[in-house]
Structure formats: structure tokens, C-alpha cells
Design a protein around this ligand. Structure first.
Ligand SMILES: *Cc1c(COP(=O)(O)O)cnc(C)c1O
Length: 378
């Protein structure tokens, strides 16, 4: 079965209790037990809920895994994965990491004596150098945020296996439609479902997918123990969002390609970061491991004033944090997604004050282009 069909027909789309063509929102905290010796499939909604289960099973199939778990946010999903680590264990993570993940490692998990090293994971020898006897996890983001750097997932998975290290990838920027890390040998794929999976900027959620039943048991234990589960309403919204994942992403990728290839024509743009451009450093690796370049690009404007002018002048693009919605969103990484990074860290990573990130929505790309041009020249 081709992927587009699998999104809609994967065995989880029809409610098995009523035949409803949409999984009902099972808005219940608990379930009646008829035979105490034989507990039912669902007994309490933190431990399991039919609406959430439909979403989890769908995500497992779409990501090429065996099990998936839905959380109350992307950060809840990420924190739950990081909770696999024990005190005195070490994690190696991508250098330009989502700001919230950086904060979780440096200011929360550090309190539990989890050691961390940030490395430029586009350079495999840098990862190898960072491996210590207590290294237990390699945590990657590709394309990275906000500079869209590309890490070779297959090579990382092989390296990690040789050292008995678990690999986890934040796959938010790609969605399962455009990249499936588990197929490349990665152990854990994570999503902020708030972005492309929900797709309509109306829900906060997170997903963890694994393909190993032992690891699945551990993640389920953490999900049920820490309890940061996704509620039935939001599980339903994500199931609904998933149905149009392919058509949304196809159109948004086209829009992003159009913007990426045309923005450089203007003198207010100094650099375009987009893995769909042949001149992008990671172009070849990305093309090999993903099914498309995605809908997010970043631009470096000629100076801070130009960046501010665009942010203050756009009328269609919405200045906001987040990405992956049907509406195009313009964000300012230095002050928004990466605000929790210290200034010197930001400078080291190249997250300049003249950097803007665009998540391309479903508007006509020519209108988005004109909106940016008019704002820059206002
Ligand atoms: C938004 C985002 C997160 C955090 O997800 P929330 O749903 O906001 O908790 C993590 N990683 C990436 C790449 C993101 O874009």
C-alpha cells in the first residue's frame, strides 16, 4: 500500500465499537470492570484511552514503528524520552537544538546528574570524539532548528549501535510523511504534534514512536508513571489533522521551494537556509534520507533593521512562535524559539539577530513573497 493510502487506511480509522467513520472522543476518565479477574483493555484514561490509542496506533504505522505514545506536548514527549537516562549517564545532543530541549537538559535533567555534551552532529567524527563510557543516548534534530543543518541519520545509528547507545530523533520539522528515522536504524522518533501533525495551530501535543518492544515497555512505563498523557479531545484533533497530512505538506513544500529559490534575488536577503537548495551543505544527505525538503526555511537579512522591518511590516505572514500550521508563520529565533539559549551560545551557533524563520502555509506563495518584499521596502 502506498503511503498516501496508509494515512487514511491503516486499521485505526473506524471505531471498532460503533463503526463510526471517525474515532469518537471517548471523554471518560475511567471504565466499568465487569470481571475483576480479567481487566478490560481500558481501565483508566491515563493508562489508556480508545481515542488516544487510535492516534498512537496510527502514528506507529505511519512512522514505521511498533508502538507510539501520545503526550500532552512535544516537551512532555521529549522529557519522557530523556527520562530513560539515569543519574551519571551521559547524553550527546545536536548543537542547535530546539530551545526547550536545551533548557530541559541544562536546567532540569542536569539536576538529576544527567551529563550532556552538545556537538555539531553534522560532523560524525565530532560525535565519535564525544562518546564516553557512560554515554547512553544520542539525541538528534535534522533538519535542525533554526539553521536547517542536516545530520546523517543512518551513519549516526550505525555508530551508536557499535557503542550500545540509544538514538533519538526530533522529527518535528519533517513529519512522518517526509522522514522516517526508524527506517534508517534510529531507535526513537519524537514529534511535537503541535506542528505538522496537528497542522492547524489549534492543539498542543507530542508523540514518541519506537520499534523495539523492550524500549516500548520502558516508554509506556514512563508515560503512565509521569502521566503527561494527551487528552481524548486533542487526540481526536491530531487524528483529524493527520488525514490531510500529505496534501498539506505537498503544498507547503512547494511554497517553501518557491520562496527559497526566489528570496535571494532581493538585496535585503543575505542568505537562505533550506535543505531543498542544491547549494545547501546537507542537500545530498537530506535527499537520501528524507522524502522532501520540508516547509520551513530561514533567511538571514542584510542587517537587524531589515529583519525588524519585515517583522513589523508583514500583513499576511503571522508573527508568532510555532510552525507547521496552514497559515504562514514568521518567527524570530533569537527572541522566540531560542530565547532560552544564552547570548554567547546563540552567537556560537550562528543564530543571529538578523535571522528570520518562515513556516510556509497554504496561501499562494506569490502573495507570501510579495508580503515579505513589501514589508522590507516599506
Ligand atoms: C515546538 C517544538 C518542540 C516542542 O513542542 P511543544 O509541543 O511546543 O511542547 C520540540 N521540538 C521542535 C523541533 C519543535 O519545533
Amino acid at each position: 500500500m502506498k503511503y498516501a493510502t496508509k494515512i487514511l487506511h491503516n486499521g485505526n480509522e473506524v471505531d471498532k465499537y460503533t463503526g463510526a467513520l471517525n474515532i469518537p472522543i471517548y471523554q471518560t476518565s475511567t471504565f466499568r470492570q465487569i470481571d475483576v479477574d480479567n481487566p478490560p483493555e481500558f481501565d483508566y484514561s491515563r493508562s489508556g484511552n480508545p481515542t488516544r490509542a487510535a492516534l498512537e496506533n496510527t502514528m506507529a504505522i505511519l512512522e514505521g514503528g511498533t508502538n507510539a505514545y501520545a503526550f500532552s506536548s512535544g516537551m512532555a514527549a521529549i522529557s519522557s524520552v530523556l527520562s530513560l537516562l539515569k543519574p551519571k549517564e551521559h547524553i550527546i545532543a545536536s548543537q542547535d537544538l530546539y530551545g526547550g530541549t536545551y533548557r530541559a537538559l541544562t536546567r532540569h535533567f542536569a539536576n538529576y546528574n544527567i551529563e550532556y555534551t552538545f556537538v555539531d552532529t553534522t560532523n560524525i567524527s565530532k560525535i565519535e570524539e564525544a562518546i564516553k563510557p557512560n554515554t547512553r543516548m544520542l539525541y538528534l534534530e535534522t533538519p535542525s532548528n533554526p539553521l536547517l543543518k542536516i545530520t546523517d541519520l543512518k551513519i549516526c545509528a550505525e555508530l551508536a549501535k557499535r557503542h550500545n547507545i540509544i538514538t533519538a530523533v526530533d522529527n518535528t520539522f519533517m513529519s512522518p510523511y517526509l522522514q522516517r528515522p526508524l527506517e534508517l536504524g534510529i531507535d526513537i522518533s519524537i514529534h511535537s504534534a503541535t506542528k505538522f501533525i496537528g497542522g492547524h495551530s489549534d492543539v498542543i501535543g507530542g508523540i514518541v514512536v519506537v520499534k523495539d518492544t523492550n524500549l516500548a515497555k520502558k516508554i509506556y512505563f514512563i508515560q503512565n508513571t509521569l502521566g503527561a498523557v494527551l487528552n481524548p479531545q486533542d487526540s481526536w484533533l491530531l487524528l483529524r489533522g493527520l488525514k490531510t497530512l500529505k496534501v498539506r505538506m505537498d503544498a507547503e513544500v512547494e511554497g517553501a521551494k518557491f520562496l527559497a529559490s526566489n528570496l535571494l534575488k532581493y538585496d535585503f536577503v543575505k542568505k537562505v537556509y533550506y535543505p531543498g537548495l542544491e547549494e545547501h551543505e546537507g542537500y545530498k544527505i537530506h535527499k537520501n534520507q528524507a522524502y522532501g525538503p520540508g516547509a520551513v526555511l530561514s533567511i538571514e537579512t542584510k542587517d537587524v533593521e531589515a529583519a525588524k522591518k519585515i517583522m513589523n511590516g508583514v500583513k499576511l505572514l503571522l508573527v508568532a512562535v510555532s510552525l507547521g500550521g496552514v497559515e504562514s508563520i514568521l518567527s524570530y529565533p533569537a527572541k522566540m524559539s531560542h530565547a532560552s539559549l544564552p547570548r554567547n551560545e546563540k552567537e556560537k551557533l550562528g543564530i543571529k539577530d538578523s535571522l528570520l524563520r518562515i513556516s510556509v502555509g497554504l496561501e499562494d506563495p506569490e502573495d507570501i513573497m510579495a508580503d515579505i518584499f513589501n514589508a522590507a521596502n516599506s
